[in-house]
Write a protein that binds this ligand. Structure first.
Ligand SMILES: Nc1ncnc2c1ncn2[C@@H]1O[C@H](COP(=O)(O)OP(=O)(O)OP(=O)(O)O)[C@@H](O)[C@H]1O
Length: 260
């Protein structure tokens, strides 16, 4: 088992990597998140779906410390109380987030982007001037293959397609060995072919990392959910949870989301 799945540095003795209980977020009295409960197991790939405004992004913001709940508890493993940690502390503890729009270093090559990401991982690189060892080059090679950019390492990131930039950013997150990976609409704006390849990529990560994916593309969610749990958010709470088949057959889900 690798460090990421074990949740190294995070106490996951009870099998949970993330635990949200009764979380409420209020914006001027409007409850964007309303007594939300969510439990993610170590090594799980969880898909979160729900209509616009359901609170998906706000939930990610609570997990990463960007938004503070007015009530409820949020734990990373058994012991880390996310509501009392700063954003940088949460990132450092091993929660990596990919936002919807790719944010790669456009003036650097694909390889340099991955190298820079490695250098930002303080567990690997003590200073920015440290040299990448051959073992670490091997890690970069491995990630390049995984993110379908092998053979493209000398290209400037700015010249990549939108989909390739998204993959590069996922690769950069993986270089930082996150214990929990949050992906916000990873296939938004991608071509059909890129979407299929992204599903393959995530299926390769399955079981090796703990991952939460927020996505609207149902065909994509079906591809990556497989037999795992899908959570449907609606008006800031969990409306339904179960396999893709179960939630797709749920009358309430059809009414508020799928049937429109
Ligand atoms: N900073 C804010 N101030 C006021 N209201 C906000 C703020 N952020 C989000 N909201 C509101 O909270 C609700 C939930 O928004 P959120 O962005 O979390 O939904 P979402 O499920 O991610 O939607 P989408 O699928 O469109 O991205 C929305 O009604 C939104 O308008």
């Amino acid at each position: 088992m690798n460090a990421a799945i074990k949740g190294e540095g995070v106490d996951t003795t009870h099998g949970a990597i993330l635990y949200l209980e009764d979380i409420t977020v209020s914006f001027d009295g409007f409850k964007a998140i309303n007594q939300l409960n969510l439990d993610i197991s170590v090594g799980e790939l969880r898909c979160i779906i729900g209509p616009n405004g359901a609170g998906k992004t706000t939930m990610m913001d609570v997990i990463t410390g960007k938004t503070r709940p007015v009530s409820g508890t949020a734990f990373f493993g058994q012991t880390m109380d996310l509501t009392s940690m700063a954003e940088y502390e949460i990132a450092h503890a091993g929660i990596g987030r990919k936002f919807q729009r790719p944010t790669v270093f456009e003036q650097h090559t694909v390889f340099e982007n991955l190298e820079l990401a490695m250098k930002m991982n303080k567990r690997v690189a003590p200073t920015l001037f440290f040299r990448v060892s051959s073992e670490q080059k091997g890690k970069i090679e491995e990630i390049l293959k995984l993110i379908r950019l092998h053979g493209e390492e000398t290209r400037l990131a700015g010249l990549l397609s939108h989909g390739q930039k998204q993959w590069l950013e996922i690769g950069m997150l993986l270089m930082q060995e996150p214990q929990l990976l949050l992906l916000d609409e990873p296939v938004a704006g991608m071509s059909d072919a890129e979407t299929v390849r992204t599903a393959e990529l995530l299926n390769e990560l399955r079981g090796k990392h703990s991952i939460v994916v927020v996505e609207h593309d149902m065909a994509f969610v079906t591809e990556i959910a497989q037999g795992g749990k899908v959570t449907v958010l609606h008006e800031g709470s969990v409306l339904a949870e179960g396999t893709m088949q179960q939630v797709q057959a749920d009358e309430r889900v059809i009414e508020v989301y799928l049937g429109r």
